[in-house]
Design a protein around this ligand. Structure first.
Ligand code: MTE
Length: 319
């Protein structure tokens, strides 16, 4: 039987204040010998690059259609503060995540497609043209970053998969290996981590499959070798370390939705006017700066994505 546990971000609002999050990050980095002022860190990145035969493809050319109104969050912050429950239900999983074995890595495409296939990650990456995009990243916990992701449009994977006309959703699944990822020994979580999008969402220009960040192969703690970035949605939609894409007629149930459906839904679009059950979503702390800024509808990407939701009035679009 699945014992329902509160997720790690189940905390009193006082404990979840962005300031505290920032201070915790400072404490962690000081404890792990990382200089906050210095530009030390890319170690996590470098380690992932060493195991990655496609490392030569980075840095990829920046697609200037996707730029930002804010400074890029320095890599050292993103590398030391992560949600990756497979390696622990706290933010300081960066060391534990180095156990993630990223080669060989197979990606399966199945379900309602013309022909199911399994590809090695290097084969998949080499079929694509990598590009860099600057995206906002807004966690449901009310902190945010600005990240230079490298990858390819999700639409290109859908094109490769050739879904049948009956397919309405893409279900994505993370690896499952409790020996490598001790968090998966916690049997009260419904492993593996699962997320889903409609085909319209997955083929929207913004939906991006990430293979790199900060001009290098993406670090293990950030979801190597393949993760999602859907910047108009809360960060929990951005599933890490994907091994399977299944095209389905039925809406998939995602990991957090299964654990706590009253607080985490399928759509999870950012909306400052719809508070989380236990805290406001009106503003966010930009990590690394301590600055608190107003949150924007669809995280500022309304022009690109609002039309996806025009006929879905009855749905809980913002949780
Ligand atoms: N993917 C997997 N497989 N496991 C996770 O625990 N956490 C999610 C998402 N993807 C998670 C995941 C959450 S809650 C967030 S906010 C983002 O990853 C965090 O991404 P980051 O560590 O790069 O900031």
């Amino acid at each position: 039987m699945l014992i329902r546990r509160k997720p790690g971000w189940w905390m009193p609002e006082s404990a979840a204040t962005p300031r505290d999050v920032f201070l915790n990050r400072r404490a962690f980095m000081a404890a792990s010998g990382v200089s906050i002022a210095g530009a030390l860190l890319p170690a996590g990145i470098a380690r992932a690059a060493g195991e990655d035969p496609t490392a030569v493809l980075y840095p990829a050319a920046r697609n200037t259609a996707f730029t930002l109104d804010r400074e890029i969050t320095p890599a050292k912050f993103n590398l030391a503060f992560n949600n990756f429950y497979e390696f622990g239900s706290h933010k300081q999983i960066s060391k534990a995540a180095q156990a993630l074995k990223i080669r060989p890595w197979e990606v399966k495409i199945d379900g309602a497609v013309e022909q199911e296939m399994t590809l090695g990650i290097d084969e998949l990456i080499r079929k694509m043209t990598l590009e860099e995009r600057l995206y906002r990243h807004r966690c449901v916990e009310a902190w945010s970053m600005a990240v230079p992701w490298t990858g390819f449009p999700f639409a290109k994977l859908v094109e490769l998969a050739r879904p049948l006309s009956t397919a309405k959703y893409v279900r994505m699944e993370t690896f499952q290996d409790p020996a490598m990822a001790p968090g998966q020994k916690q049997s009260w979580y419904p492993w593996p981590y699962v997320e889903g999008l409609t085909i319209e969402e997955a083929t929207n220009d913004l939906a991006f499959l990430v293979t790199g960040a900060y001009g290098e192969p993406v670090a293990k703690q950030m979801g190597a070798p393949l993760r999602l970035a859907t910047p108009w949605k809360y960060g929990f939609k951005s599933i890490k370390s994907i091994v399977r894409f299944s095209f389905t007629e039925e809406r998939p149930q995602s990991f957090w939705e299964e654990i706590l459906p009253s607080e985490y839904g399928f759509w999870a679009n950012v909306n400052p006017e719809v508070p989380h059950a236990r805290w406001s979503q009106a503003s966010e702390e930009v990590l690394g700066t301590g600055e608190k800024v107003p949150t924007l509808l669809y995280n500022g990407y309304g022009e690109q994505v609002a039309s996806l939701y025009s006929n879905l009035e009855g749905e809980s679009l913002y949780m």
